[in-house]
Design a protein around this ligand. Structure first.
Ligand SMILES: *Cc1c(COP(=O)(O)O)cnc(C)c1O
Length: 379
């Protein structure tokens, strides 16, 4: 046994951990993603060296900004910490008193953060809680299923500190403004626009469309270590960076995370490796055909609801035929020796989606066999 597989066996057996097949995508509850070896090497190198941290933060930020053709950038501990510190930075600016006393100070500054109602989602934690942590007051614009320019405009007042747009599959997609439309409003009223693009793949478009700060999760599309990226306008990013002396301190990112994410971004931009949606379709076609041969199961290709180049297998379970609900199948899939996780957003409609980005073809066979056993066990 190689030393690598030995150490791999070690953590699973040492702590009695469950093995997992991740067909759910970039999920925080499963460990998000696995960085490339070059990124792992960079993390290791970072851990073993000393730096002037301010120098490291500034210079890696400049390096990333140049790569992405944006004014300024900074690595943070995760996207949620990016949202919190973006809100705090735009409220506090360079006021030292507020920087040190954000939540206890009663000094008057604009604190309202306008969020389209359909964007105030729970991504694992609520968007509005991140706004509150950053010293802001979330003000919802529009309705659960509709947000028009006038819904945002009617809320703008002297207490408005920023507009927060969440670009995500978690959000309501229909009858919502685009980032570009929101940027037009922000410019018209001279209010900064924050875009939470945590799981998005395009590292340039929202900045180019006029956002002042754009936030990404380091381990999702970029496949870096646990970390986050904030890019944006020069001054806004500098205000955000000041938060390390205030509420940002308990969200500290380590030297290894800073260096690891910087390397991951460089590779993401210069050597994109990722499978295209069309390649995913080809890889999952035999899996889908096998599933369709089972009584009571139908499977088909569906494309990402947020418009990313990701194809997934949507698997529908006919309860009348298999004698089990989709929720029961999902729960069985998690219980066996190797836990299989799907995307469960539509389980109440009798279907799940399998995301194959982190699943090998051998694992697709394992998933197929597990489904087959579960439904045949029902008869
Ligand atoms: C994942 C996600 C986050 C949080 O990202 P972390 O890096 O885990 O903090 C925030 N917003 C959205 C829309 C997300 O998908």
């Amino acid at each position: 046994m190689s030393s690598e597989s030995q150490s791999e066996k070690d953590v699973y057996s040492k702590y009695n951990l469950k093995r997992v097949i991740n067909a759910s995508g970039r999920m925080t509850i499963l460990g998000v993603s696995t960085p490339r070896p070059e990124v792992v090497d960079t993390v290791l190198h970072g851990l073993n060296e000393y730096f002037e941290i301010k120098d490291l933060v500034d210079k890696t930020g400049q390096y990333i900004a140049k790569l992405l053709k944006v004014e300024n950038a900074v690595v943070v501990s995760c996207a949620s910490a990016g949202i919190v510190q973006a809100v705090a930075g735009l409220i506090i600016k360079d006021d030292r008193d507020l920087l040190f006393n954000l939540h206890s100070s009663d000094k008057y500054v604009p604190r309202e953060i306008i969020v389209p109602k359909g964007h105030n989602v729970n991504f694992g934690a609520p968007i509005s809680t991140m706004v509150s942590l950053g010293g802001g007051i979330a003000v919802e614009a529009g309705y659960a299923n509709e947000c028009k320019p006038e819904h945002i405009e009617s809320l703008i007042n002297p207490d408005t500190a920023a507009i927060l747009y969440v670009k995500s599959h978690h959000c309501v997609q229909k009858s919502m403004l685009s980032v570009a439309q929101t940027a037009v409003i922000a410019k018209k009223y001279n209010i900064p626009l924050i875009v939470d693009a945590a799981a998005e793949e395009d590292l340039q478009t929202y900045y180019q469309q006029g956002a002042d700060l754009v936030i990404y999760s380091g381990a999702k599309a970029i496949e870096g270590p646990t970390s986050g990226l904030v890019i944006g306008r020069q001054q806004a990013v500098e205000w955000l960076k000041l938060q390390s002396q205030g509420i940002g301190r308990p969200m500290k990112v380590g030297k290894e995370g800073i260096l690891g994410l910087t390397k991951a971004i460089e590779l993401y931009v210069t050597e994109p490796k990722h499978e295209t949606g069309q390649q995913m379709v080809i890889r999952m076609t035999p899996f889908i055909e096998n599933l369709n041969a089972l009584d009571g199961i139908s499977a088909t290709v569906v494309w990402d609801g947020a418009g990313r180049d990701i194809a997934r297998a949507e698997i529908s379970f006919n309860t009348n035929v298999i004698g089990k609900s989709a929720a029961e199948v999902v729960s069985f899939m998690k219980q066996s020796d190797i836990a299989v996780y799907f995307r469960e957003y539509k389980v109440n409609e009798g279907k799940v989606e399998a995301d194959v980005r982190s699943v090998t073809s051998e694992q697709l066979d394992i998933i197929y066999n597990k489904i087959k056993n579960i439904i045949q066990g029902a008869k």
